[in-house]
Design a protein around this ligand. Structure first.
Ligand code: FES
Length: 573
């Protein structure tokens, strides 16, 4: 009797007992133990995927936000039922949170699909949670709306503003170089993260919040609202109401996630000077809808998209300033001539309709006009060459332009352990003109592509005043970090990529102008080294590590699992 395409609310997706009427009767009899009235139980169901966790301080405001979403669903005539999924607190996961993003996406997808809900609100925030939720929601393709926790507020320390986590890195570098004492860095530690919410700068969490809005998958104007602001709770209530409207309209994520919406999101990413991690996440999200993210396309858009937002780590300000300056609405308005205005968002409106009203005032110290950008070209650029046949990423907006065209001597570290052991060795032969190379930190390595691409400046150079030098790896970098750092080299060293063939003393050439990254070693010598390469490390024998080792894709495919892309293991997607 209950065809799931026609069933609604609690009658959806019945548990199999061989008798559908019995299954519905049993489900209803069990849920009545919650004390909910029959009239409430007859309503459409909005699931709320919530990710509170004692291991995720960024989500500590979520219980209040969850209540706001429930309020909105109830007010619009629905039944809100929240459910937990895996939560990923960026700094609590070993070896790195990225390894578990796909696991969380599977949890989200399967729980949306398996449980009886007509729509879902996704409550996330910390770096990997929003990509995981979007990946899962796109795969499940039920009406879905992303709601982020919002960023932290900043704190003051000795006259300086502090906000996680660009300041974490800047002040740690000062400590390493002897410019801060142990007592001072201990004081700083207590002032970097002082409210609920996600990192206070344009790191990965803030970037992904903005991109979810740019993709049309969250409510307009909600990406930048601080976590502790009353507007954040109003956004929660509005998201609950909108989820109900999406049930009525039947609007699904894959209808919103078009190639044009992906272009818009890339434009926003570039104009924000956003996180390099977002390239991975966008590739994975788009892959769930069967769209490749082309690095050639990224470069084309980067050449025609200026950086308009002056936020750390590329600039000076914090997310609360971006919100006060006009937030995503102001940025999209400036980018309007470059955007596809017929893309729709979760409200069903087109971007053109959203931006059609009168322009509110904008703080131009934070969000520049298109004609007067902070940088004339986009924040990210992809590089290709014999060192990165499938591409690599440089965040040029957070790099030193004097290092963009250079050839230097490689100083190679074979692994994270090797890096930790030797980087501060006074006997390390290294100068500021050299190129630091880290191998075996990519997706196929046991390290699983951690945010280790921000290689520290060797202590003896840091103490001599060196602040930046060219660094290359198959790892990632925190969205809050800065420097002339080439990341996501693909294929990675552990999967047999040429990065693993580089040796100390080789010459490496980077040209940002030409988008090239070359290892200046001839093919015969590279072939000789390839033949001598030691066998790959033995992968884990069981569990999630086993799954990860066998199915992880390279960075240019977003590090998704091959069987989770739109086409699955049949190829494509
Ligand atoms: Fe959670 Fe930065 S650690 S957003």
């Amino acid at each position: 009797m209950t065809n799931d395409d026609e069933a609604h609310g609690l009658a959806r997706g019945l548990t199999h007992y061989g008798d559908a009427d019995f299954a519905l009767y049993l489900r209803r009899s069990f849920i009545r133990s919650t004390g909910l009235s029959e009239s409430l139980l007859a309503r459409p169901v909005v699931g709320i995927a919530q990710t509170t966790s004692g291991f995720n301080n960024c989500h500590r405001g979520m219980p209040e936000l969850l209540e706001a979403v429930k309020r909105g669903v109830l007010a619009a005539g629905g039944l809100p039922l929240d459910f937990p999924t895996i939560s990923l607190g960026e700094v609590y996961l070993n070896p790195t949170s990225l390894m578990y993003r796909n696991l969380m996406s599977m949890d989200v997808e399967e729980m949306i699909r398996a449980q009886p809900m007509d729509a879902v609100v996704l409550l996330g925030g910390c770096d990997k949670t929003v990509p995981a939720q979007l990946m899962g929601a796109v795969s499940a393709d039920k009406p879905a709306i992303q709601l982020v926790t919002g960023p932290m507020l900043t704190h003051r320390w000795r006259g300086q503003r502090l906000g996680a986590c660009t300041d974490c890195r800047r002040l740690w570098a000062d400590y390493r170089a002897g410019r801060l004492t142990a007592e001072e860095i201990a004081e700083v530690e207590g002032g970097l993260a002082t409210t609920a919410g996600t990192c206070a700068v344009m790191g990965t969490a803030s970037t992904m919040a903005c991109l979810a809005e740019a993709l049309g998958l969250s409510l307009p104007g909600t990406a930048a609202i601080p976590a502790v602001h009353a507007e954040r709770l109003r956004a929660g209530e509005a998201a609950g109401r909108q989820a109900m409207a999406m049930i009525a309209g039947g609007l699904r994520p894959r209808q919103l996630l078009t190639a044009q919406a992906l272009d818009n999101a890339l434009r926003v990413l570039l104009a924000l000077g956003g996180s390099t991690n977002a390239v991975l996440h966008l590739a994975a999200i788009a892959g769930r809808a069967g769209m490749p993210l082309s690095l050639v396309r990224l470069n084309a858009l980067s050449d025609t998209t200026p950086v308009l937002v002056n936020l750390k780590p590329s600039g000076e300000h914090y997310m609360e300033d971006f919100f006060a300056a006009g937030g995503m609405g102001a940025l999209l308005r400036e980018l309007r001539p470059l955007l596809h205005l017929d893309c729709r968002d979760v409200t069903g409106r087109t971007l053109g309709e959203r931006l059609g009203g009168p322009a509110p005032s904008v703080d131009r110290t934070v969000i520049r006009a298109l004609a007067e950008p902070f940088e004339p070209v986009g924040g990210l650029v992809a590089l290709h060459g014999n060192l990165a046949p499938q591409g690599a990423i440089l965040k040029r907006s957070a790099a030193d332009a004097r290092l963009f065209e250079q050839e230097g001597r490689a100083v190679v570290f074979r692994s994270l352990d090797d890096l930790a052991r030797r980087i501060d060795d006074p006997a390390l032969e290294v100068t500021a003109a050299d190129v630091l190379v880290l191998q075996h930190a990519g997706p196929c390595s046991p390290a699983a592509m951690p945010e280790a691409g921000y290689l520290p400046i060797p202590r003896k150079l840091a103490q001599a005043g060196v602040k930046d030098m060219l660094r290359i790896s198959d790892a990632r970098m925190s969205g809050t970090a800065f420097g002339t750092i080439v990341l996501h080299v693909a294929p990675d060293a552990a999967s047999g990529g040429p990065l693993g063939l580089a040796e100390t003393g080789d010459r490496i050439r980077m040209s940002v102008r030409e988008r090239r990254l070359e290892l200046l070693v001839d093919d015969a010598e590279l072939g000789r080294r390839r033949a001598l390469r030691p066998p790959a490390a033995t992968p884990p024998a069981r569990g999630y590590g086993w799954l990860h080792a066998r199915h992880i894709l390279q960075a240019d495919r977003g590090c998704d699992f091959d069987f989770l892309t739109c086409a699955g293991r049949t190829g494509g997607g």
